[in-house]
Ligand binder design. Structure first.
Ligand code: KIV
Length: 280
């Protein structure tokens, strides 16, 4: 992109509050809901930051919506760093959290430190997000101890799709629900500053939210969480076939884009673009 255009975008709008992990934790105490959305590129991140989003998640959902994979499993640490760097260049105020991809942290504390450390050092973001319950508590504890803030993620954790076998609502039976409440407490004790709860019953999300001191951020987890997150392309109506009930659409961008592309093709074919006014 030409330098002038980057500067134009960067100069529009501003907001006073710089959001840190501490801000997010405090929002639970003050009762201010946390608004989080995903971003994977400079332009979307810039717009989100301009309008005052609290948290931008560079989600490994980029494996689905940017790279076109069926699952998030093929995403690499290098992929995350590439996208997170683009987001980072755009953001002045929002807290940026980067998802750690499948098999970049589960195997050992050493591996988690190496990969999360790369993300923090090479990109300069505020925190990482790890999927998983009590079994990653030791890893979380160590990361937090050495200065790497961690957001947890429980419920429908997409990196475990091969274990689950479906993207259905999780923790509908008592055993899994009890385990999720225990996991949330263990993660909070291990030092996470927030926990994403994905696709679980809203009554369970309410219970978890009331039982831990750190904020919960729901996606398909109902209204009682301390905040909400959606995949940005879902809420913009770009992922047309993906219509779960938890996605509220705030635009029909697939249709708008198709219409714009069609108009362009028509104008080029009919020689209505460019005019002399659009030429030098
Ligand atoms: O990868 C992602 O976008 C996520 C959100 C759905 C929470 O983990």
């Amino acid at each position: 992109m030409p330098k002038q255009r980057v500067q134009d975008i960067q100069s529009k709008g501003s907001r006073p509050r710089v959001v840190t992990t501490k801000t997010v934790t405090t929002m639970k105490q003050t009762g201010e809901k946390i608004a989080m959305l995903t971003a994977y590129d400079f332009l979307v991140a810039k717009l989100l930051d301009q309008v005052g989003i609290d948290v931008i998640l560079v989600g490994d959902s980029l494996g689905n919506v940017v790279q076109g994979y069926e699952t998030t499993l093929p995403v690499t640490v290098d992929d995350m760093i590439y996208h997170a760097k683009a987001v980072k260049r755009a953001v002045k105020n929002a807290l940026i959290v980067v998802d750690m991809p499948f098999m970049s942290y589960q195997n050992s504390v050493d591996e988690a430190v190496r990969n999360c450390g790369r993300v923090m050092k090479e990109v300069g973001v505020g925190a990482v997000k790890l999927e998983g319950g009590a079994y990653i508590a030791e890893i979380v504890k160590h990361l937090v101890k050495i200065g790497i803030p961690v957001m947890g993620h429980l419920g429908l954790t997409p990196q475990a799709i091969n274990k689950f076998g479906t993207y259905e609502v999780r923790a509908q039976d008592k055993k899994e629900a009890d385990e999720l409440v225990r996991d949330a407490k263990v993660l909070a004790d291990a030092g996470v500053f927030a926990i994403v709860l994905e696709k679980i019953p809203s009554s369970l999300a309410k219970k978890v939210t009331a039982s831990i001191p750190v904020p919960t951020i729901g996606i398909g987890a109902g209204p009682h969480c301390d905040g909400q997150v959606l995949v940005v392309y879902d809420m913009l109506g770009m992922t047309e076939e993906f219509r779960p009930r938890f996605v509220r659409r705030y635009g029909e961008f697939a249709e708008s884009l198709r219409s714009a592309f069609n108009s362009y093709i028509k104008d080029v074919k009919s020689q209505q673009f460019p005019t002399m006014k659009e030429s030098y």
